[in-house]
Design a protein around this ligand. Sequence first.
Ligand code: CA
Length: 559
Amino acid sequence: MSFPIHKSLPILVVVALLFSCKKEKEIVVQKPNIIYIMTDDHTTQGFGIYGSRLAGLNPTPNLDKLANEGMIFDNAFVNNSICVPSRAAIITGQRAQTNGVLDLEGNIPPEKQYLPKEMKKLGYQTAIVGKWHLEKEPAAFDYYQVLPSQGKYFDPEFRVQGEKPWPENMIQTKGHSSDIITDATLEYLKNKRDPNKPFFLMHHYKAPHDDFEYATRYEDYLADTFIPEPESLYKMGNHGSEAVRGKNDSLTRIMGSSVSHRNLIRNQAMNIYWNDSTIYKQYRNARDIKPEEYEKWKMDETERKYTSKVYQDYLKKYLRCVKGVDDNIKRLIDYLDEEGLLENTIIVYTGDQGFMLGEHDYIDKRWMYDESMRMPFFVRYPTKIKAGSRTDAIINNTDFAPTMIELAGGTTPDYMQGKSFKTILETGLEPADWQKATYHRYWMHLAHRHQNPAHFGIRTKDHKLIFYYGKYWVNTDDPNAEWNKESWGNDFANHTPPAWEFYDLKKDPKEMNNVYQDPEYQEVITNLKKQLVEMRQELNETDKNYPHIQKVIDEHWDD
Ligand code: CA
């Protein structure tokens, strides 16, 4: 017997025995399509659904609607808060020392592009459109149209799977990258796929990566609106440690790129007002302030106004870029709806990590602080996932591939380190044996003039413990060490002071108070250190290959 088949619905015909009658019957099972949408640096503060100080601005009405039709994850975390390593973890389901990508210079060759390879085995046609950033040809996908490296916001070039071999297969486009990437995905859905097979599509925006270049139609968006400021932009409190502030705040003017004039090596202020002579004069004045006096100086009226202006401009650019993504998501969803594809398509949305938007006067990512480490993450699939559901289960970006593979009907391959959270999606319940913590490791000590010290740490639902070991992963003390000083943007073979930080996230969600020394928490801290050791072993993330780092760990473990 035969079943009616809607032309636009991908199907998989499975022949099974029906025991209700003795005759064999065909059962049509429609495998869901999967669209994995990822933006670059779209942090949870830049949404309505995460209830941040910016939520009242309604920055993402279309994404919020989509998220509210599925399940929102409040505790999704990246395992290294920087683009290339995050993308490598997502495509391989593996941690850094297993997939080999510790920093921005890593790459993933076709044979290690495991996620599309596994989806193909499950009968999917696979495609990636937009930002790829893993250097090698995304040849494991059936189709690709990807930006070279970071790509451009305006009139971007793409490398397209087709007649010419990689990397000569470049095409030139005209317009804003968010619009063009959406156009390219729509074109793929309309004309470049086989409508009789389910598809797995990775749709990746460049936006809102800095420098937040937005399409000109957003020029007036939020122009007259005051953007709420975080208290920590002006007040350091007991945030941080000697690792990020130095003894008596002696390192505050060189650690962690800032909104204000605080960081003299890299700050947003100097980025955008360099040509304004009045502002430049203010910068000259700020430059002479001693590190331990800067926080007070920052509250001086002129300096405070200045920091506020930089922040307002910075955030408006960011949110205009986000708006361009949100509007384009609507175009994509509307198309799926019109074509009758929406109900049978699993839609996943995330960003490749979080981002500091002036919290603790930091910009960029890289930190293990929540704004940087937390990823926005939600899944819409009405057939299996209840609308309006939300979970605080801890997941990390190595769990994404296993989950999508299992949603597609497969099982997690043994070589993947992540775990499928399909059950959580389908039941809304966190299994009793589900992971209670996640591990973060940032390797690129003081790189790119953002000046973040290298560190690792553990985060549970309630607590966070960070150890800054303050060294580059190549041993720069070794005269024969080969390392690319030029690429890192500084001459910092320098080591910075090691230190621990501990935050009680229930009492102090904004991480304003490092209570590592507080006797009340010693038992919790001891326990977390034990878990850290076990986790590093289990995840193949120890420092056995980096004895110069292991030495610091050994010397300061019990500090
Ligand atoms: Ca990124």
